[in-house]
Write a protein that binds this ligand. Structure first.
Ligand code: CA
Length: 255
């Protein structure tokens, strides 16, 4: 049974709206997201289990997939892996706190980002816009943020995406291209651990075959640029055996 729900509000023409496939089995979340995301200008289709997700994905060619981890019939991880094997569409996983380990796996099988329940709509939309920004071919002009607002600020560090400028404690710091990309990715995911594989994949590309020491070298140089004491990093920390994390108390991103 197809349960695709039509929004009753007047809408912009469908072609102008970013198509989101929402894969979620909890009605309370579905209801809130259908309304909230429609208000943000997204065109939402709901799939309530893993099989529906794949069927709707093939029919609808969404611009972005919001994918719950725990689903009937086919797990979110399986859906993620299958979609990624045939498409580069941005995927954001939605997880519960207890599924943190699965989140690491999700990023490794190709999810672009994740949010943990309970989350605020504003945070979710900021993350959606961030992943859409990284895939410009899927983004309508109306979804692109005004240049002066395309900044990410966490604590005392700010990156300005348009000018590729990083400002640390009020002072501009000169980063090389990959260092800037790495810092931006870590800051957009402030407070979360990103695995070495994910960092290498996002910054250098999935076909990167160079020395894995490259990442460490870049992290080390980034620390000399942003840390008060690079030998005792407090912003860009190592999570032993897993990867790195940007620590910051506040994420005031995007808008
Ligand atoms: Ca669920």
């Amino acid at each position: 049974m197809v349960k695709k729900k039509q929004d009753k509000m007047p809408q912009a023409p469908a072609a102008d709206r970013t198509k989101v496939l929402l894969v979620e089995d909890e009605e309370s979340f579905i209801e809130a997201l259908e309304i909230g995301l429609a208000n943000e200008g997204f065109d939402v289709t709901v799939a309530r289990d893993g099989h529906e997700a794949m069927a709707f994905f093939d029919q609808g060619e969404p611009d972005l997939v919001l994918l719950d981890m725990m689903l009937p019939k086919l797990s979110g991880l399986d859906v993620c892996r299958t979609i990624r094997s045939r498409s580069t569409v941005p995927i954001i996983m939605v997880t519960a706190k207890s599924e943190e380990i699965d989140t690491v796996v999700a990023l490794e099988v190709g999810a672009d980002d994740y949010v943990t329940k309970p989350y605020r709509l504003r945070e979710l939309v900021a993350r959606m816009r961030a992943v859409l920004r990284r895939t410009p071919e899927a983004t309508e002009p109306s979804e692109v943020l005004p240049a002066e607002e395309a900044t990410v600020e966490v604590g005392e560090v700010r990156v300005e995406l348009d000018r590729r400028r990083a400002v640390v404690r009020g002072v501009e710091t000169h980063l090389r291209r990959k260092e800037f990309d790495l810092l931006t990715l870590l800051m957009e995911n402030a407070g979360r651990v990103l695995t070495r594989d994910v960092l290498i994949d996002r910054v250098w590309g999935s076909d990167y075959v160079g020395d894995t020491k490259t990442l460490d070298v870049h992290i080390k140089r980034l620390r000399t640029q942003i840390e008060v004491d690079p030998s005792k990093p407090t912003l860009l920390t190592t999570v032993r055996g897993i990867g790195y994390r940007f620590d910051g108390s506040t994420l005031s991103a995007e808008r």
